[in-house]
Write a protein that binds this ligand. Structure first.
Ligand code: NDP
Length: 282
């Protein structure tokens, strides 16, 4: 495998070292409130991993459990209570949410300076304006992995597959800020039969779709940087969206799945929390 592995935990460890120093200078343990509505195995497992990372950094992780029949109005009231609680520095709402909750609108009820997922319209607006202090965690993780290669983004041909609010859209803006030439592909690109043409020209490829094997190894440009955000469970094995072995033969750098973007995403959540605590102190 000629490609160099881009392991999230290595970059995460460097960021965590910096965070520990910043937390020490805050003079107070930052507090993360995590809201889980109803019961979901996936959400429980995310919470465990967040709580473990928080503990290692000296962050208090407060798990707030609400019942599965919580209404939109009572969830909003609960968020407002946390917004007004000066002991809480950051708020995260675990997905998935029950059907009666409009998950797309719920982030806008979190106070922008406590929105550590970076999904409040005000924080997304700052990403658009190149003034982001708190950006969506997965997009930031993918961005940090690209930067870890030392590549100069100026004029680079970047192709992002997937245009979700949490990954593709914000990442395209973070990369534009560095003067990369960014193409964003989605289902329309695939339906038009043009996905392969775009992927083949990518000097940097980011894939965030959730379809195993969507990106064929032979499509990867020689010496490309490949960031695979996708998580797919196939016969008890976790794989990404890119055919890993074949892609690794052609790429210069590639993220493993698991072990690439995932470990860094939770670190970015903690980085956002520390940033939020600093903003609140000011
Ligand atoms: P979404 O479902 O919100 O977005 C998927 C995107 O892929 C959409 O833009 C969709 O387009 C596009 N898409 C679907 N099918 C195709 C196709 N055949 N060709 C091209 N584009 C296509 O997912 P998320 O962004 O939330 O997550 C994407 C993946 O990343 C998932 O596997 C998820 O588990 C993983 N993930 C990993 C994280 C980590 O920390 N490692 C964190 C968050 C997510 P359209 O909307 O037009 O259909």
């Amino acid at each position: 495998m000629p490609a160099q592995l881009l392991e999230g935990k290595i970059i995460a460890a460097e960021i965590k070292d910096k965070l520990k120093q910043e937390i020490a200078s805050l003079g107070k343990k930052p507090v993360l409130a995590s809201i889980i509505v109803g019961e979901n195995a996936g959400a429980e497992s995310y919470c465990k991993s967040q709580a473990k990372t928080a503990e290692g950094l000296g962050i208090e992780y407060r798990l707030e459990r609400l019942s599965a029949d919580t209404t939109q109005a009572s969830l909003v009231d609960f968020i407002k209570k946390l917004n007004n609680d000066n002991s809480v520095n950051g708020i995260i709402i675990q997905m998935p949410l029950p059907k009666q909750i409009d998950y797309k609108s719920i982030s806008s009820f979190i106070a922008p300076d406590k929105d550590i997922e970076g999904m409040h319209p005000q924080n997304l607006g700052k990403v658009l304006m190149g003034k982001a202090k708190i950006a969506p965690c997965t997009a930031s993780a993918a961005f940090a992995l690209i930067e870890a290669t030392g590549v100069n983004l100026y004029g680079k041909e970047v192709v992002i597959v997937g245009h979700s609010e949490i990954v593709g859209k914000p990442l395209s803006l973070l990369l534009l800020e560095k003067f990369a030439t960014v193409t964003v592909c989605h289902i329309g690109t695939s339906d038009a039969g043009k996905l392969v043409d775009h992927v083949k020209k990518a000097e940097i490829l980011v894939v965030a779709v959730g379809k195993a094997g969507l990106i064929k190894g032979e499509w990867i440009k020689e010496s490309a940087i490949v960031i695979d955000v996708g998580i797919n469970r196939i016969n008890d094995k976790i794989v990404g969206d890119v055919e890993f072995e074949e892609a690794a033969e052609r790429a210069a750098y590639i993220t493993p799945v698991p072990g690439g973007v995932g470990p860094l995403t939770v670190t970015m959540l903690m980085r956002n929390l520390v940033e939020a605590a600093k903003i609140q102190q000011r």
